[in-house]
Design a protein around this ligand. Structure first.
Ligand code: MOS
Length: 729
């Protein structure tokens, strides 16, 4: 274990004491308050907006609608339907594309006056027939254009149908909402023709690009600050109407605008996990060897953007199977565009794949882990590459031990504890581990401080803490003497925080920048009188001091070195990216979630007695923050499995449970015992630290683990999430 493997969150104190500044908290002189007025139909045209009363209300500075808006310059170039890089063209015309779509921006001098005036707006519509039910349009889906969204076939199509043992089923996962604690919020202002945004974004550079596109300017002209985020879970991976609205209003009034969404708008205007209907077909020999697999999915998108995710893709490589076909479609319904939500694609896909694997194991009368081991993939059959590393089998063994798998009976509803039926279930997860181009600047200051700069954000997993740990390990500077500057444009360009790629991308860049900085410092020290006859390889750097390995008495501090060189600081900047060597391998993380449930069939109550999440994520940089992320993500998976569903009243196309009273998410008390296990073995090829991705594997496989445990406890198979009590009584 290294010195930094249990580092506390370096920004933890700032977060819990209120010292951390979130987007809407920036102090800005002359700020005005804006809100969005949403449509009350799901599809149609605005016949008339009567904003007079609102405009005349006290303190109101502007009511902006499609009638009087100055349209951003980039609207002309925009394509429809757009791929995901382009946000909704708010107030472009009189059309309504979903319920609660922003149709007016109200700005006033105080928050209260803004709220009051917004209620005075009267709208008349010409309604058109809307379609918000995916089940009605599931056969009208289209194959998206992306390379990995294409139909996939290995071997023979639908080979499973000719197997000795055949299993087929349909699985449904509803729309789910990210619901971070911190609402979507922004302060927008213009300095001449250049905008500045303090906003809730998972990618400073991505937001610069999409805002630049909307307003017809290069990304370099857009400043974005997103230093702290109170969670996001994927909703910050897109630029949303509220951000464009604040910029439009700020430009028009030539003053800073603050706009914070209501919780209700968080269900309708900032994306969600799309409702997805999946069909699985599996075929195996009587001895449990998979011979064919077909995985099909159709998912919700909006009428104005194509959203895609990797829903069916894990079926291509997860198991050793000769004949595999996958088909993925998206179908437009009249809602806001979905967006990636934690474990995107695979979390949904694993519900179908890992439930079906359990169902087929049952049909074969086999232990579900034994069945998976028989079909363990020794290499990636999709990419036809060796794994960079794979310790999935160790995850199975560790999890079996921790959950008490030996107490499981293969016959459902055969174990009881008092009035409660006991069930054990598991589900396997995986997620890719990409390493994205990242630039980091590392600086030594004369007081021995190491400064690390990158525009990457941290939505919560502990990115600054990870950077500190890697910076400390690679320079010998103590963690408390390391300063992280991140989350703002103008810093060296970092990646978007998403896809479990931050540690591999930013961590590698920190590692390389620190290495270059130490080399530069040693080379500089060699030029001083102290070391004038020394060789570079005889010099070492630790805790702010350069010393000779041969003559212990000879050393020079950073402060002395900088003074000697008449410098304020020494810096090194690296542009870090994936290596050709790494591209020869298929790099995935793997996880297995184990669940013990207690079910009382009379009460219909399901208790999660014990949850164990095991993962192979390569090197664990920080046990504490990694375990924290795994715990939190697994709880998200429990929400997916047992509670979460956005209900739409299709008569109106309107979300019904758009609040925390009606849309339930789990809390700590819902899980009686939760444990995490990491294999913690370095991946030899992924990156210098040997890490793989973590965040998404925390969810992928959790929902099916619960479904499988509930089946084991009761004999009832639930194929539509969430697994609520009405489905098992
Ligand atoms: Mo994650 S869904 O890539 O924020």
């Amino acid at each position: 274990m290294s010195k930094t493997s249990n580092l506390n969150r370096v920004d933890g104190r700032a977060k819990v004491t209120g010292a951390a500044t979130y987007s809407a908290e920036y102090k800005t002189n002359g700020v005005a308050y804006a809100c969005l007025v949403g449509s009350t139909i799901a599809k149609g045209k605005i016949k008339k907006i009567d904003a007079k009363k609102a405009e005349w209300a006290p303190g109101v500075l502007a009511v902006i609608t499609h009638v009087n808006v100055d349209k951003p310059a980039g609207y002309q170039k925009a394509k429809e339907p757009a791929n995901l890089a382009q946000p909704l063209q708010i107030l472009k015309d009189d059309s309504v594309k979903y319920y609660d779509q922003p149709i007016a921006i109200v700005v006033a001098d105080t928050f209260e006056r803004m709220q009051y005036a917004a209620k005075l707006i009267k709208v008349e519509y010409v309604k058109e027939e809307h379609s918000t039910d995916l089940h009605k349009v599931k056969n009208n889906g289209k194959m998206p254009s992306g390379k990995r969204s294409q139909d996939y076939l290995r071997g023979i199509d639908n080979a499973y149908k000719n197997a000795e043992v055949v299993f087929e089923a349909e699985y449904i996962q509803p729309t789910e909402v990210h619901n971070p604690m911190e609402l979507a919020n922004i302060i927008a202002k213009w300095d001449g023709n250049k905008p500045t945004l303090y906003t809730k974004s998972q990618g400073v550079e991505g937001t610069r690009k999409s805002v630049g596109d909307v307003f017809g300017m290069p990304p370099e002209d857009v400043s974005v600050h997103s230093e702290y985020l109170g969670g996001a879970f994927g909703m910050g991976l897109h630029t949303w109407p509220y951000e464009i609205a604040a910029l439009i209003a700020s430009k028009k009034l030539a003053r800073p605008i603050k706009l914070v969404l209501h919780r209700e708008q968080m269900f309708t205007n900032v994306g969600f996990r799309p409702i997805t209907i999946q069909k699985m077909g599996l075929g195996a020999t009587k001895s449990g060897k998979l011979t064919g697999m077909t995985h099909e999915a159709v998912a919700q998108t909006s009428s104005y953007e194509d959203f895609t995710e990797a829903t069916v893709n894990m079926s291509r490589f997860m198991y050793d199977c000769e004949n595999v076909a996958t088909r993925y479609r998206i179908a437009s319904i009249d809602t806001c565009t979905p967006i990636w939500m934690r474990g995107p694609g695979e979390a949904t896909g694993s519900f179908a794949l890992e439930s079906a694997m359990d169902e087929l194991a049952h049909k074969l009368d086999m232990d579900p882990i034994e069945f998976r081991k028989i079909n363990h993939a020794e290499s990636d059959l999709e990419q036809k590459k060796p794994w960079s590393s794979k310790h999935l089998l160790e995850c199975y063994e560790a999890g079996k031990e921790m959950i008490g798998w030996k107490n499981r009976k293969n016959v459902p509803a055969s174990v009881k504890e008092g009035d409660w039926f006991v069930g054990y279930g598991m589900g396997t997860g995986t997620f890719g581990s990409s390493r994205n181009p990242t630039s980091v600047r590392a600086k030594f200051l004369s007081d021995g401080t190491l400064v690390l700069q990158c525009s990457v954000n941290d939505m919560g997993p502990g990115t600054a803490t990870m950077m500190t740990a890697i910076g400390s390990e690679s320079t010998g500077i103590l963690a408390e003497n390391i300063k992280i500057e991140m989350g703002s444009s103008g810093l060296p360009k970092g990646p978007t925080q998403g896809g479990s790629a931050t540690t591999s991308s930013v961590g590698s860049a920190v590692f390389e920048a620190c290495k270059a900085l130490v080399e530069k410092t040693i080379a500089m020290a060699k030029e001083t009188n102290t070391f004038k006859n020394a060789k570079v390889e005889d010099l070492a750097f630790a805790e702010g001091i350069i010393s000779s390995k041969k003559e212990k008495s000879k050393s020079i501090s950073l402060a002395a070195l900088l003074e000697n060189q008449k410098l304020q600081e020494i810096e090194a900047v690296t542009d870090s990216k994936n290596t050709e060597e790494a591209k020869k391998y298929s790099i995935y993380s793997f996880s297995v979630h184990f669940v013990k449930v207690l079910v009382n069939p009379n009460l219909g109550k399901i208790r999660l007695a014990h949850v164990v999440s095991c993962a192979d994520i390569g090197t664990v940089i920080n046990q504490k923050t990694s375990a924290g992320q795994m715990f939190g993500g697994a709880v998200g998976g429990i929400g997916m499995g047992m509670m979460e569903a956005l209900e739409i009243d299709h008569r109106f196309g309107r979300a019904i449970n758009n609040n925390f009273a009606d849309y339930h998410v789990p809390v700590n008390a819902d899980i009686e015992k939760q444990e995490v296990f990491f294999v913690n073995k370095k991946d030899p090829y992924s990156n210098p630290m040997g890490t793989k991705g973590l965040g998404e594997t925390a969810l992928v496989g959790m929902a099916p683990a619960i479904a499988n445990a509930v089946f084991n406890a009761t004999g009832k198979r639930v194929r539509e999430l969430p697994i609520t009590l009405d489905k098992i009584v």
